[in-house]
Design a protein around this ligand. Structure first.
Ligand code: 13P
Ligand code: SF4
Length: 326
């Protein structure tokens, strides 16, 4: 018999008031002006970072924001592959990442040399790469996709080409199921999203009857199968606005709930739990802090640097994605 978890659910009640800006946030905004910078932040960043971002979004929205940025400096509060994508599409800008160690387990699961070796043994594959990969992997790919446009992108790949989908097997399975298109899947996964289980989510659903489960496609199939909607972090915002439900269970990185609370203060959000914890934070996303943002703007470092041959080869599949997904 299943044992009850040792923690209480993490519930974000409606009507939380926004804190006034603190001295460090004001200092960052002042430095931002001085450096002519724009702050991009992913939906998983902590609430204090989200509060002072110029653009907040999913990887797709932020890729467009980066491509269109006119400021001299992009301060990217997210993980390394996201800041790298910003540099690839807007190379004349200085792209700062507050902590260079903010990586991604998915990206790590597909090293470029392994992909190259696989392609050599299996020529003629059409490589669709989830944006959660390095610039060197993007340079080996035919088109990039995100969780927000994966179906659309896969549907545009010529029918006569066999697809290799890297690096997330969960997102790949989900697209395969929805589209009916067979693909070879690279065996990578997100260490955080695979920690959600159908059992812990079902228990929460019993506790909050009528609350829909919103899950990210990086979750395992059993979780995706029991979810009311599977979608990108940006689509989560519109779904939570549209649904008549007043309580919603969020099976993705817990930082997402800061964005949801700010945009939909009238609803209750319950953090998707893992077997051992009431929340689920990505250790990489949480490496960025206000202090590191301030220091990055003061020192203009750490900045993303890329060899031009990799950058230009990685730009092609990203541009193809940006065109195909408009
Ligand atoms: P989104 O593009 O849906 O925001 O996802 C990014 C990510 O890293 C999910 O773990
Ligand atoms: Fe990578 Fe997972 Fe963190 Fe997203 S949540 S950045 S996929 S490790």
């Amino acid at each position: 018999m299943a044992t009850a978890p040792s923690y209480k659910p993490l519930v974000f009640e409606p009507g939380a008031a926004e804190e006034p800006l603190n001295a460090l946030q004001l200092e960052i905004l002042e430095l931002k002006k001085r450096r002519n910078a724009v702050i991009l932040a992913h939906n998983y960043q902590s609430g204090d970072i989200q509060r002072i971002a110029d653009h907040l979004g999913d990887s797709l929205g932020l890729a467009y924001n980066a491509a269109e940025a006119t400021a001299d400096v992009i301060l990217y509060c997210g993980v390394h592959f996201m800041a790298e994508t910003a540099k690839i599409v807007n190379p004349s800008k200085t792209v700062l990442l507050p902590d260079m160690d903010a990586g991604c387990s998915l990206s790590d699961s597909c090293p470029a040399d392994k992909l190259r070796a696989y392609k050599e043994k299996n020529p003629n594959l059409y490589v669709v790469a989830y944006i959660n990969c390095s610039a060197a992997v993007k340079a080996e790919s035919d088109v990039i996709c995100t969780s927000g446009n994966a179906h659309k992108i896969v549907a545009k790949v010529p029918e006569d080409r066999e697809i290799l989908f890297v690096p997330d097997q969960n997102l790949g399975q989900w697209v395969m199921r929805q589209s009916g298109r067979k693909m070879r899947l690279w065996p990578g996964s997100c260490y955080a999203h695979v920690l959600f289980t159908a059992q812990t989510l079902t228990r929460l659903r019993d506790e909050f009857p009528g609350a829909p489960v919103v899950a990210h496609p990086e979750c395992t199939q059993t979780v995706r199968d029991m979810a009311d909607i599977v979608c990108s972090t940006e689509r989560m915002v519109s779904f939570c606005k549209e649904t008549s439900a007043e309580s919603i269970i969020i099976a993705t990185e817990t930082g997402m709930i800061h964005r949801l609370q700010r945009e939909i203060p009238s609803k209750r959000f319950i953090a998707g739990p893992t077997a051992n914890c009431a929340c689920n934070e990505c250790r990489y996303m949480k490496m960025n802090t206000l202090e590191k943002m301030r220091d990055a703007l003061l020192n203009m470092s750490p900045a993303i640097e890329l060899p031009e041959d990799i950058r230009s080869r990685a730009e092609l599949p990203i541009r193809r994605m940006l065109d195909w997904s408009r």
